[in-house]
Design a protein around this ligand. Structure first.
Ligand SMILES: [Fe+2]
Length: 222
């Protein structure tokens, strides 16, 4: 699994960074409930992060805004959503910084900041409730942190290119990272199929640029 898709083009990569996965998994232990989401139980953080010469640091919070053209979910897309930040113990950690720098190196962007979203989907939930979509970013990273108590064939991810060709359709395993130029691909992931109680799937969604640039001024009063 993985090899055929290692480098589809300069804009789509699949690989497994050599990082401390157990540490990254533990960062989800207290991920807070997503009160905006009404189609099941989801948990989430959303953070803007600055890359400095001395490491990473959290930037002041900004709401997450996805225009309805990007996220068609009612009362989810088209509004400002306020989420808790990811734990500082994650942001400032060596495993996280290693993962991010590897992701950014594949984009070719000289990034000074980015956003990270910790997302936990539970039960029979869909990791992509809005369906096949673009993220409205320049570059996105999808890093699968944990698959717990779900059928090995569930949560299958597909990417399509602009010609509607399937670039990848596969189960992303723990520790796998997809790096892609968002405008060139649409993507979707099928629902979880739990095989025992307490099932969940944890991912990091990483974006360039950081999400604060997408918030309309009139919605944040700046
Ligand atoms: Fe997405």
């Amino acid at each position: 699994m993985g090899a055929p898709y290692f480098m589809h083009s300069r804009s789509f990569y699949r690989n497994s960074p050599d990082v401390d996965l157990a540490f990254l998994q533990a960062s989800f232990d207290n991920v807070p409930y997503d009160h905006y989401f009404t189609q099941g139980q989801r948990f989430r953080t959303t953070s803007r992060v600055e890359i400095t010469g001395h490491g990473f640091r959290l930037l002041p919070k900004r709401p997450l805004y996805q225009p309805p053209s990007v996220n068609k979910l009612e009362k989810y897309g088209g509004i400002c959503r306020d989420y808790e930040d990811a734990p500082v113990s994650l942001i400032e950690s060596a495993p996280f910084q290693k993962l991010i720098m590897e992701w950014i190196s594949r984009t070719g962007v000289q990034a000074k900041s980015f956003s990270v979203h910790q997302i936990r989907t539970t039960g029979t939930g869909s990791p992509v409730p809005e369906g096949r979509h673009h993220d409205g970013t320049d570059w996105t990273g999808l890093y699968v942190v944990k698959r717990h108590g779900i059928d090995p064939e569930s949560a299958c991810t597909t990417y399509w290119d602009r010609e509607e060709e399937v670039v990848m359709r596969d189960i992303l395993g723990e520790g796998e990272l997809i790096t892609f130029e968002d405008s060139k691909y649409t993507h979707d992931t099928t629902a979880l199929v739990p095989v025992r109680d307490g099932a969940y799937r944890d991912v990091f969604v990483l974006t360039l640029p950081e999400h604060g640039v997408n918030v309309p001024d009139e919605l944040i009063g700046e």
